[in-house]
Design a protein around this ligand. Sequence first.
Ligand SMILES: [Zn+2]
Length: 350
Amino acid sequence: MMQERLVALQSQVKEDLAKAETLNEIEDIRVRYLGRKGAIKDIMKAIPGLPPEEKSIMGKMANKLKLDITGEIEAAEKRFSASLPPSSDKQGLKSNAQETKGTFDLSLPGKRRPYGHIHPITQTINEIKSIFSKLGFSVEYGPEVEQEYYNFDALNVPQDHPSREDFDTFYLDNKLLLRSQTSTVQIRTMKKRKPPIRMIAPGKVYRPDTVDARHASMFHQIEGLMVEEGVSFRDLKFALTSFSKIYFGEDIKMRFRPSFFPFTEPSAEVDISCSICSARGCSVCSHSGWVEVLGAGMVDPNVFEAVGYDPEKYTGFAFGLGVERLTMLRYGIDDIRLFFENDLRFLSQF
Ligand SMILES: [Zn+2]
């Protein structure tokens, strides 16, 4: 008799919940069945009057029913809240739910969400990676927190070189630093592998420069390295000229000026004809028609010795280019800070 009542109660709750259209109605159901004057309470009250053999069985059944009903009501509430927009208030619930229920139109177009897209710096890196991949270069990566050994010692940078000073490098504890150049990855790669090597290494580098339109304390470089028997300066010129023509276009001109870097000998700074004014002269190229885009040179024999290569047998070239600078030149951007301010009005143009 009582058992039947319990079973009937459970299916009645299910039926009522299925009909409920608002959170308020679900709340009413909860009060009706689980409240102080609810159906379950009535049953609990009747149990002590039952014959002893029924008492414990019915007590267990009633408790189980109570848990089941509580679970079903909670589940219904969850389903309901999830299907409503977060801004709905209590008054709005009913009309909102009714509208949704009666008028869902499958033929309406969906809501259009704005697309995110790739940051211009990452786009440039991807493009440069793809160009050098076609020239047979692999892509290597290294850590941004680096040991002095990889950032300076192995690259033949003398102990008293100004680039080692605090105002040119961010130092951490225990001879660690934030790498100031991606040349560190040359050393790591050469220590891991034997020649022939053709690699580029894109990544972030850090320098304590005062931030202005041309300088940032974090920027991106791409290091390049080729080591084989018989590599000459001509190969360096060929690789860089091929790259510039693909990246900037066939008309671009290139010139090499003698320079000095500790890790290459001879070294050169490389200019390209200003792509913004077509070499007629503008503020970006200081009215010279030329802009410096990278540093390069033939790998110094001391660097080969540091990584255990025979400098009598192998020769190689290395170059390092600034990703922000290349991107600025290509698009005529005159302030490096724009790349890092995350202003969508700027970023969405690329
Ligand atoms: Zn110019």
